[in-house]
Unconditional design. Structure first.
Length: 554
């Protein structure tokens, strides 16, 4: 694929994740390896240019540096016609920055500008915020400023001001007989090399030798200018596409926000179904990022737990009657001494009620609808085994999901009567992480083989007449997560069992709980399909981009 054909695929390549950034890097790499514009055998060869530069350096008492053999091995071996391999130190002079004391600086514009780091570069050209009358470590117009210390190592800029003093976070590269803009491209293209040189110190930094010994290929002067002109053209194309892409993304975001608002504000089942159909059929115009589907998942849960996802049926047994049956069942278990009695909790306060409930719903606390809330115990490590009972840990839970992830599990073989065996899980148990990444959820959907939880997980066992799937779905919503995150304390961001018992939950009638879960499952499957479609589109774009790049020739 030649450059012309490559540019015909530019849109597709640029739409791939990080596509514009990859294109910019590719153009720089091609430029400094002689792959971007054709060579002209009539150009004065670079060897003559190198000799002029070396003579200039000797005149300025700059010592010649020895070749860096390690770098030579990894650098391009086939040299374009008229080009020559050399070290950057053979082409340029290097001015190291120096620190000026506070009393040598001013903010009044007196003297010459004093640049101390990449923060002074501005968007395009250096912009001074300090000045000095001390003319030390001077850079002049056309010099290439390079950041040599701190997080911005390798960041470059061509000096547009007549004369400045530079601080020790900067160095100035001065090209004699070499086109400065080409050296600027060369430094940009080799920034990864400079960054690697800066590693291994507390404060990242590079020295003079790192810059001076940097291997490069030098083209004829005429070709340097053609290369810079071509790079400017291609970078301008990237700029225009990036600007257009940002405008498209902004429009998509506004349309997506509007669609989600329509979902939240739908007043009838017909309105809701119509809006979901619009979202389903037009999501490719609303988003190009799989992670944006998370917004749809969250709005689904918000509608579900607020009573706006399915219609209310006033023939359903109201939630108040369901709570009476819950109390009867709990009282029976208390009398049988199957469970212990917890201290009564305060009623749900007005300011704890998160939103207005439908008429036949009720506000409850976690303790109100559970047989008990407990957590795992310590000391399980001594029972670890390659087989035996399943040991559920925080890694088996997740945010936004209720399915347990059992692909990677630990097994244990506890002895009979071990303290931890009290936390053996059962069908419909809801598991909640209570340390570190608090608020991750897992639902035990069916009877599992023997399984236990560790001390970082709380276990909430709902009363049998409560639909555990609905409670688990509520706990994955932002309404529940905000309560849990707001209650965490200590350096480990831990939750206590009282925080789980005090959780405020919106409770619909039992029949509606089941309708809600069925609808949520249906819409979550739709979200899965949208996410898969977007991910496959991204992968196709990435594959096309990779193929185009690998077949690019000149």
């Amino acid at each position: 694929m030649n450059l012309k054909t490559f540019l015909e695929h530019f849109d597709t390549i640029a739409e791939a994740p990080g596509g514009i950034s990859k294109l910019r890097s590719l153009f720089l790499d091609l430029a400094v390896r002689g792959k971007l514009v054709p060579q002209n055998p009539e150009d004065e060869p670079a060897i003559k240019l190198l000799k002029k530069a070396q003579l200039s350096r000797l005149t300025n008492n700059t010592k010649k540096k020895s070749a860096n053999a390690t770098q030579l091995l990894s650098f391009q071996k086939d040299i374009p016609v008229g080009w020559i391999r050399c070290e950057l130190g053979e082409l340029v002079e290097l001015v190291s920055g120096q620190h000026l004391l506070a009393e040598q600086q001013n903010s009044c514009g007196v003297g010459i500008p004093y640049l101390t780091g990449p923060s002074d570069f501005g968007e395009i050209y250096p912009k001074a915020s300090r000045w000095t009358t001390v003319e030390r470590a001077i850079a002049i117009q056309g010099d290439i400023l390079v950041t040599v210390k701190g997080a911005g190592v390798g960041k470059t800029n061509i000096l547009s001001l007549d004369k400045v003093a530079i601080g020790r976070q900067l160095m100035a590269i001065r090209a004699n007989y070499i086109f400065s803009e080409f050296i600027y491209l060369l430094i940009q293209a080799r920034r990864d090399y400079l960054f690697e040189c800066s590693l291994g110190t507390t404060v990242p930094g590079i020295g003079r030798e790192d810059i001076l010994k940097m291997q490069c290929l030098l083209p004829p002067l005429a070709e340097q200018k053609r290369i810079v002109e071509k790079v400017d053209e291609l970078m301008g194309l990237c700029d225009r596409y990036e600007s257009a892409k940002q405008a498209r993304d902004n429009l998509r975001q506004k349309l997506r926000e509007s669609a989600i608002a329509s979902l939240m504000n739908a007043e009838t089942d017909r309105d809701l179904d119509a809006t979901w159909a619009f979202v389903r059929d037009n999501w490719h115009n609303l988003s190009q990022h799989p992670e944006d589907v998370g917004e749809l998942r969250e709005v689904t849960l918000q509608l579900a737990v607020r009573g706006k996802l399915v219609s209310q049926n006033f023939n359903d047994e109201p939630a108040s009657a369901l709570l009476e049956r819950v109390q009867i069942e709990k009282q029976s278990l208390l009398e049988a001494e199957t469970i212990k009695k917890y201290a009564s909790l305060s009623p749900t306060l007005k300011d704890e009620k998160l939103f207005l409930l439908p008429a036949n719903w009720e506000w409850v606390r976690g303790q109100d609808i559970s047989i008990f809330v407990t957590s795992g115990s310590r000391g399980w490590a001594k029972y670890y085994s390659s087989s035996g009972a399943i040991f559920i840990r925080i890694g088996n839970l997740d945010y936004g999901k209720i399915e347990l992830d059992l692909e990677s599990i630990q097994f244990v073989k506890p002895p009979e009567g071990a303290e931890g065996t009290r936390t053996r899980v059962s069908c419909n148990d809801i598991l909640i992480s209570i340390t570190g990444d608090t608020g991750m959820i897992g639902l035990v959907r069916s009877e599992m083989p023997e399984a236990y939880i560790n001390q970082h997980i709380a276990l909430l066992r709902p009363v049998r007449c409560i639909y555990a799937e609905y409670i688990a779905r509520f706990l994955t919503s932002n309404f529940a997560l905000k309560q849990l995150k707001g209650a965490q304390r200590g350096i480990k961001n831990s939750l206590g069992l009282e925080d789980i018992r005090n959780l405020v939950i919106s409770l619909p009638p039992l029949a509606e709980q089941k309708r809600i879960v069925a609808k949520v499952d249906e819409l979550m499957q739709l979200c899965d399909r949208l996410e898969t479609s977007l991910r496959e589109s991204q992968q196709r774009a990435e594959s096309l981009a990779a193929s185009a790049v690998s077949h690019l020739t000149i």
